[in-house]
Design a protein around this ligand. Structure first.
Ligand SMILES: *Cc1c(COP(=O)(O)O)cnc(C)c1O
Length: 234
């Protein structure tokens, strides 16, 4: 058994590599790497991997399934981590997510805002929120249609609980991600005309974070490039 205080060196090497690639991409875009928040997506991986990441200086982690996230957050309650919920969220799970998540990045409908906004005993008074924007023509992909973003933002602004941070998007599969990220940036500008503080743009995954950085991403959600391939079940 390896020493629990010594994270697997493959993980450390992949994390270092991604951090340096992010810094390079930021500099090529004329941006400073300090303006970028790396969220390591740890879905399907055990809590022990999240603990290893924390030992390597990771502060932000992303999860997309409620029960798995809830279990890991409870197991790792001793760590100072920021938990980002990034997956489809059922309205009836929203109140439970309030208890462990610091941020929900996948706000895609008014009913979810209302579910997140209600009083939840033992939960923090506030939760950060990103509006997830559908960057594809397929309404079945996650996110609100770009033309419906303003209405959703207004609904969030009516709550005291959900604190709007910005927008989130996933580039379409099998197409150049750059135009999709450019349209996310345009949506972000519209959001900022209503909520000037909501400047965050969560975009970019393992395969496309360089393009996202070039189009102004502030938050990167990177999984496999750091964690290695996801196990199918834990
Ligand atoms: C899984 C996931 C990621 C990370 O994807 P990788 O390709 O493993 O980097 C990012 N964002 C969302 C919404 C995800 O579900």
């Amino acid at each position: 058994m390896r020493d629990a205080a010594e994270p697997d060196s493959g993980l450390a090497a992949r994390l270092a590599r991604v951090r340096s690639d992010i810094a390079d991409a930021a500099r090529s875009a004329g941006r400073t790497p300090d303006d970028l928040t790396l969220i390591v997506v740890t879905k399907f991986h055990p809590a022990s991997l999240v603990r290893d990441l924390a030992l390597l200086g990771v502060h932000d982690v992303g999860e997309n399934r409620h029960q798995e996230a809830q279990r890991k957050a409870a197991e790792l309650a001793d760590l100072q981590l920021t938990w980002h919920f990034i997956g489809q969220l059922q309205t009836n799970k929203a109140r439970q997510v309030r208890r462990y998540a610091d941020v929900v990045q996948s706000i895609d409908r008014e009913a979810l805002v209302d579910a997140l906004a209600g009083p939840v005993p033992d939960a923090p008074a506030h939760i950060g929120g990103f509006v997830e924007v559908n960057l594809t023509d397929d309404p079945d992909r996650g996110g609100v249609a770009p033309e419906r973003v303003e209405a959703l933002v207004e609904r969030i602004l009516q709550t005291e609980t959900v604190q709007l941070r910005g927008v989130m998007g996933v580039a379409p599969l099998g197409a150049d991600p750059r135009p999709a990220f450019a349209s996310l940036r345009a949506v972000s500008e519209r959001v900022q005309s209503i909520a000037p503080w909501a400047t965050a743009i969560s975009a970019g995954m393992s395969g496309d974070f360089r393009e996202a950085i070039a189009e102004g991403a502030t938050h990167l959600r990177i999984g496999t490039a750091i964690t290695g391939n996801r196990p199918s079940a834990i």
